[in-house]
Design a protein around this ligand. Structure first.
Ligand code: NAD
Length: 427
């Protein structure tokens, strides 16, 4: 099939490369010329494992990128994968998806073909029906369900494992306005060995939010238990290892620590809270999930002050800037509030991340960015570990270059040693 993918970020670039791998002819559309040029040169616009290999295999054959929306006219399906960030009150900011929908509508106006628009961006329930369809109808002068098709096809990939997750999904959810639209998109995924859920538009939208909110809840729940364990002298990892063996619970997302970040969990939970409040409902569980998450970085700074005393004038090494391992994405990374607090308290911050130094430089231009953990640790008065990078698990003698070997671990990745003053956040 001929497919367009609007937005060449983490979801769009992955979707485009994977659909090409599945045998479809794919064109990626982005307003960012640099990303378009990178894709056409076979170079990934974002860091994602295996993405480079797929781009180099398919660019120039089944895959290309452009800034030109007209290419949609010649396609069967177009996926909308633009960002849906948080507005000032936690509400979903639909400005990018509204702009993309308008561009799609304008293009469809002069097209004779039947197209299906697949909304892959995460949008709160009722958005496809009440916001996206009316915009496309207005600008195309066509009727959804008759002249063009529409589905809401949420994406569940994890950054860092995006290609694998796209090709091996736990389920494919297709929220459809009508059977014809759903059937065409279902055909795109027919070679994936995954259960397919065909449902209505707003249920598909809610499935995505419920999934992310539940995973975020598991993390905040583990953190709350972890905070109590810390007071009781219990290692929460021992507790959760046993808890997770219960098949009703599962071992995933029970790792207590400095909390969740990233482009999805914080903004999606906030958007769901806002949607609930618009409906006149107070979502108490979801609000607590966010509250616990916000407090975890503060807890790390408290532990640091208890060990190292006044932070003012001290050099603090921050290891890990990405919101999780195996990505360069720093959106809502827990390192951001931690570094901000350290700077407010007069600390001198040196940092290291295997992939995310440059992205973080845009937020904190005056912090010292190092090429290795050892460089960041040199002469430091203390160290905070913020991201669960595999290479941090191997750190040992590198701590010897610190002035004071105080290590506050927010992810349980450092192996405690007799000669380091180690403290875990929840253990
Ligand atoms: P992103 O910011 O990495 O990428 C979005 C891309 O869209 C950017 O390259 C931007 O230049 C482009 N864009 C913006 N407006 C455009 C327009 N009008 N026309 C063409 N291109 C335009 O975002 P992302 O992380 O890929 O997320 C996209 C959506 O998918 C969001 O709704 C997000 O919540 C959802 N999602 C993200 C993940 C994830 O792990 N990142 C997982 C599942 C779902």
């Amino acid at each position: 099939m001929k497919v367009c993918v609007i937005g060449a970020g983490y979801v769009g670039a992955t979707t485009a490369a994977c659909l090409a791998e599945l045998g479809h002819n794919v064109c990626c559309i982005d307003i960012d010329e640099e990303k378009v040029d990178k894709i056409n040169a076979g170079s990934p616009p974002i860091h994602e494992d295996c993405l480079k290999e797929l781009l180099q295999k398919h660019v120039g054959k089944r895959l290309r990128a452009t800034t030109d929306y007209d290419t949609i006219a010649d396609s069967d399906v177009c996926f909308i994968c633009v960002g849906t960030p948080s507005g000032p009150n936690g509400e979903i900011d639909l400005s990018l998806i509204k702009a993309a929908s308008k561009s799609v509508g304008i293009t469809l106006k002069n097209s004779e073909n039947y197209h299906v628009i697949a909304v892959k961006s995460t949008v709160v329930p009722e958005t496809t029906q009440n916001v996206i369809i009316p915009i496309i109808e207005e600008h195309s002068q066509k009727k959804a369900g008759a002249d063009f098709g529409i589905v809401m096809n949420p994406e569940f990939l994890r950054e860092g494992n995006a290609i694998h997750d796209f090709m091996h999904p736990d389920r494919v959810v297709i929220g459809e306005l009508d059977e014809r639209s759903g059937e065409i998109v279902a055909q795109l995924y027919k070679d994936l060995n995954a259960p397919m859920i065909r449902i209505d538009l707003k249920t598909a939208e809610m499935i995505k939010y419920a999934s992310n909110a539940f995973l975020a809840t598991k993390i905040s729940f583990s953190n709350e238990i972890g905070n109590m364990c810390k007071m009781l002298g219990i290692d929460v990892y021992d507790v959760m290892r046993a808890v997770g063996l219960d098949q009703r619970i599962s071992p995933h997302f029970l790792q207590a620590g400095v909390g969740f970040g990233g482009s999805c969990f914080p903004k999606d939970v906030k958007a769901l809270i806002h949607k609930a409040e618009m409906l006149g409902y107070q979502p108490k569980v979801l609000k607590s999930v966010m509250d616990v998450n916000e407090e975890q970085p503060e807890r790390m700074i408290c532990l640091l002050e208890r060990r190292a005393g006044n932070i003012s004038g001290k050099k603090i090494a921050v290891l890990g800037l990405a919101f999780k391992n195996d990505t360069d994405d720093i959106r809502e990374s827990r390192a951001i509030p931690a570094i901000r607090m350290l700077l407010e308290k007069g600390g001198n911050v040196s940092t290291y991340d295997p992939l995310a130094n440059e992205n973080m430089r845009a937020i904190f231009p005056d912090v010292e960015y190092c090429h290795s953990a050892k460089d960041a640790l040199k002469d430091a008065d203390a160290c905070l570990v913020m991201t669960e990078w595999e290479e941090f698990k191997k750190l040992g003698d590198e701590f010897n270059v610190m002035k004071n070997k105080i290590v506050i671990d927010g992810r349980k990745v450092i192996t405690p040693r007799k000669d380091i003053d180690y403290e875990g956040l929840c253990w």
